[in-house]
Every structure is written in structure tokens, then in C-alpha cells.
Design a protein around this ligand. Structure first.
Ligand code: AMP
Length: 224
């Protein structure tokens, strides 16, 4: 199972990514976590990216792409599955990540779009701030991260819809309910993905499957 997730901050991609990874026994490649780990360990990479994280800005593409390539190579050695969390964040990363995955013969089967509105994710992030003290969970930085999401990340959703691998998920509900729905949908898709025929599916198959398995996300936004 090869899954990537597109979601605004606070929509639950960390929680759902961990759930998917545990369910399928695949690596959870979370770029934000990997970067925060470098910051905590004060590695040279961590020192170089700390300000970007504190300000809620994207770190340079090449930094995350190098990290992701390394993690994907390890994922290939571990069986070839993965759940990508936090990348791609913009169109350049989407293209580059696709090329890395294609080179390794492990392009994503499913792009989950976890959708939740700004008011809800802001509420969740402020609640998390009280518990986790993340440097980027302050009201100002949250507003900037959301603006960045709408400006440069959300437009790539159309790219996955056009490739026929987009599965929209309504992330306005409790995490457990969302998780159950995602796992049911992915379990239902697995036979298709595992079969040879899966390699020759037509765009739209997964969208139809998403409906069949009850993944009833928000109405599709128009793609330009
Ligand atoms: P996240 O944990 O996914 O919310 O990411 C936290 C922070 O890590 C982001 O605000 C960025 O500063 C940085 N980051 C994570 N993933 C990426 C990425 N793919 N490209 C650039 N910056 C990233």
C-alpha cells in the first residue's frame, strides 16, 4: 500500500498517517517529524531549518526531497509500501516526489485529501499548542501556515484528481471515525492494488471505489 496525504495543518494527517502505517505495517514518512527531530538533536540540518519551522514557512524543496528520497529507498528495502505525510507541499515537490517514486518503481496508489475548514483546524491547533508547545502552533503562525496551504499546497489536489488517485476524506469529524473510514476504504482497495490489473486501471477507478467504500468527502473543488 502506497499512500500520500494532502491536508491543511491540524486536519489530522499525523494521527491518520500513524494509523495507516500501523494497519498495513508500512513506514510512516512524516517530513515535519523528521525535520523537528533534526531541530531537537541540533544537527547541522536542524540548525539550518529551525527558523523556517518556527515561522511556519516551507523549508527549501531540496532539503525535504533529499530526506524523502532516503526514506523511500529504506521503504523499498522494507517491502515497498509507505505513507507519506507532509510532502508534497507544492507543485514542484509533487513533480519531484513523483519522479523519485517512479525511479524507485513505487509511485503512490492513493492520494488522501483530508479536508477540514480553517476555523476547525485553527481550533485544533490552538488546543494542541497547550499540550505540545510546538513553536509553530501560535495564532499568528497558524494563520500564515493556513494561508500558505491554500496558496501553494491545495492547488496540487487537482493534479492527483487528474491522475485518478485522489480519495477525498471529510476530516471535520472525530479522528476515530475518520480513521475507520480511511482503513475501510484502503482495505477495500487493496485487492485491486495488489492485482496486476491495478497497473492498468483508468483514471477515475479510485474515485468510484472511494464512493463504493463510503468515503464521502466534500464536494470536489473545481480543477483549473
Ligand atoms: P508538519 O508537521 O507537516 O505540519 O510540518 C511542520 C513544518 O515542517 C512546516 O511548517 C514546514 O516548516 C516544515 N515542512 C514539513 N514538510 C515540509 C515540506 N514538504 N516542504 C517544506 N517544508 C516542510
Amino acid at each position: 500500500m502506497r499512500v500520500l496525504m494532502i491536508a491543511p495543518p491540524g486536519a489530522g494527517k499525523g494521527t491518520q498517517g500513524a494509523l495507516i502505517a500501523a494497519h498495513f505495517g508500512i513506514p510512516h514518512i512524516a517530513t515535519g517529524e523528521l525535520l523537528r527531530d533534526h531541530v531537537t538533536r541540533r544537527t547541522s540540518l536542524g540548525l539550518a531549518v529551525q527558523e523556517y519551522l518556527d515561522r511556519g514557512e516551507l523549508v527549501p524543496d531540496q532539503v525535504v526531497l533529499d530526506m524523502v528520497r532516503e526514506a523511500m529507498v529504506a521503504a523499498k528495502a522494507a517491502g515497498g509500501g509507505y505513507v507519506l505525510d507532509g510532502i508534497p507541499r507544492n507543485m514542484e515537490q509533487a513533480r519531484a516526489a513523483y519522479l523519485i517514486a517512479r525511479e524507485l518503481e513505487m509511485t503512490a496508489d492513493v492520494a488522501l485529501h483530508l479536508d477540514a475548514d480553517d476555523a476547525e483546524v485553527t481550533r485544533r491547533l490552538l488546543a494542541r499548542a497547550a499540550l505540545e508547545h510546538r513553536s509553530d502552533d501560535t495564532a499568528d503562525v497558524i494563520a500564515g501556515r493556513l494561508a500558505l496551504y491554500h496558496q501553494v499546497t491545495a492547488p496540487i489536489i487537482c493534479w492527483y484528481r487528474d491522475r485518478g488517485i485522489l480519495v477525498p476524506v471529510d476530516a471535520m469529524r472525530p479522528a476515530q471515525q475518520i480513521g475507520r473510514e480511511i482503513l475501510t476504504a484502503l482495505d477495500g482497495m487493496r485487492p485491486l492494488l495488489d492485482s496486476q490489473a491495478a497497473r492498468a486501471w483508468h483514471p477515475g477507478d479510485l474515485a468510484t471505489l472511494a464512493e463504493a467504500f463510503g468515503v464521502t468527502g466534500p464536494a470536489a473543488a473545481p480543477c483549473g
